[in-house]
Design a protein around this ligand. Structure first.
Ligand code: CMC
Length: 428
């Protein structure tokens, strides 16, 4: 008997089954043979939130949550944040290798050639209400882009697929910047591809006709690093949404609208916005102990703390904390940093947080940096989406090229009524 198997005894029947183990995993379908009666459906697994279910095999991002390790395609996040650029990391995440100088130049040039958006989309953005949440605008804009690029439905055509990747990475900052300008009632700035990826983004956000306008290099670099930290995070809620929608062979814009919508929620990419609101609500260092008590009484959650995978420090949070001070030198210090640092200090020495393995995650500091850079809080998840876009695309490409993948379609345990007889409304 091979050792790489799991022997299961069904105590209902006394039957024993042997199922293969590979990569420390058994296939859920191997449990289906476990039945009491021949015509039973067969054994399933129940896993709300997919806490212990692998839905794919992936070669993109490695996380060791116990040790606090994050690697994209095998490269540690610390090295990429320190030495690489966002577009290079996007190439790495999507194609699996670091680009040669020629590949990188071509990649950057192709993406920066696709920064202009269709004028119809610009008009559509103008129709949103003045106070529309920019994330709602972004989700709608991404979905609407499928109508402007209908050939994108040919998801198995490699050239068409690559073209959409250039378009998405090129156009997302433009949509995000227009959503922001719309929110503050300022005219849109059309892209300037000579300024680099994050430089152009800052320009579209800020430019107001100054003759001496220059992109602040410290802020452009900080944004680039923040985008690198967000670039992928394996099978998180939005990546799963991208794969889930994409598994029906929907075009990448529709799939990415689904992913961006998943990111919008406060338990995922909306968390950095929620952290800022929480720090504002706490208001001062002296109010922290009372707030911690409320967390321990389960009245509120400490936003920016905890993670499904990291049960040690989130390595991205460590890098982000350093960037905060670079940004504060270029802007001015965000007074919320004092509340955040003290909150972190108290939480990390408190039994509740230690026993629950709750540490600051990437969102704990990113919002403070974004606020210091002048972004309104409702832009935070939009910034997260720009950073995460390469990861969504990489997950989507990997899913489409994986012969084992099928349309995402979980099972359920049905607990509802059966076989009821319809009663006409006048007799109820
Ligand atoms: N504050 C207080 N208690 C918490 C927190 C928190 N932030 N997070 C988890 N817990 C407790 C929770 O009450 C539970 O306690 P018990 O076992 O005694 O009932 C235990 O820890 C496990 O919590 P869970 O909700 O089962 O954990 P999860 O893996 O399902 O949730 C999470 C992960 C990130 C949604 C959660 O930690 C959370 O809500 N954090 C706050 C929101 C946040 O910062 N999200 C950003 C995540 S990182 C960026 C991203 O991926 O988008």
């Amino acid at each position: 008997m091979s050792n790489d198997t799991l022997t299961i005894t069904d105590n209902r029947t006394g039957e024993t089954y042997e199922v293969p183990i590979s990569d420390e995993t058994i296939r859920a379908m191997d449990l289906r043979q476990i039945k009491v009666q021949q015509d039973d459906f067969g054994m399933m697994t129940y896993d709300p939130g997919f806490a212990n279910t692998a839905s794919c095999k992936s070669r993109i991002t490695f996380i060791d949550g116990e040790k606090g390790i994050l690697e994209y395609r095998g490269y540690p996040i610390e090295q990429l944040a320190e030495q690489s650029s966002f577009l290079e990391v996007a190439y790495l995440v999507i194609f699996g290798e670091l680009p040669t100088p020629d590949q990188l130049a071509h990649w950057e040039q192709r993406i920066m050639r696709h920064t202009y958006i269709h004028e119809n989309l610009t008009h559509m953005l103008k129709t949103f209400r003045y106070d529309a949440h920019p994330m709602g605008i972004l989700v709608s804009a991404i979905a609407s882009m499928s109508t402007l690029h209908p050939e994108s439905k040919q998801v198995h055509d490699q050239d068409i697929r690559l073209k959409q990747i250039y378009r998405i990475l090129g156009k997302l900052p433009t949509v995000a910047a227009f959503a922001y300008r719309h929110r503050i009632g300022r005219p849109y700035n059309y892209p300037n591809s000579t300024l680099g990826y994050t430089g152009n983004f800052l320009y579209m956000l800020d430019y107001m006709g100054q003759s001496n306008y220059e992109v602040n290099p410290v802020l452009a670099h900080a944004l680039d690093v923040l985008f690198i930290l967000d670039a992928d995070h394996e099978q998180n809620c939005s990546a799963s949404a991208m794969r889930g929608v994409g598994s029906s062979e929907a075009d990448p814009y529709s799939s990415m609208a689904g992913a961006a919508a998943a990111l919008y929620g406060p338990l995922h990419g909306g968390a950095n916005e929620a952290v800022l609101r929480m720090l504002g609500e706490i208001g001062s260092v002296s109010n922290i102990p009372a707030y911690i008590e409320r967390v321990k009484n389960r009245e509120v959650r400490l936003m920016g703390f905890g993670h499904r995978v990291y049960k040690n420090y989130d390595p991205r949070a460590r890098i982000i904390k350093k960037i905060a001070y670079d940004v504060f030198e270029a802007t001015e210090i965000n007074p919320l940093i004092d509340i955040a640092l003290e909150l972190e200090r108290i939480a990390l020495s408190d039994d509740y947080f230690i026993s629950h393995k709750l540490y600051p995650n990437v969102d704990f500091y990113s919002g403070i940096i974004y606020q210091a850079m002048g972004f309104p809080v409702d832009m935070f998840p939009v910034l997260f989406a720009l950073g995460r876009a390469p990861g969504w695309l990489a997950q989507w490409v990997e899913m489409l090229d994986d012969p084992e993948q099928r349309i995402a379609r979980p099972r359920q345990i049905y607990l509802g009524e059966r076989g009821r007889q319809y009663i006409p409304v006048d007799q109820r």
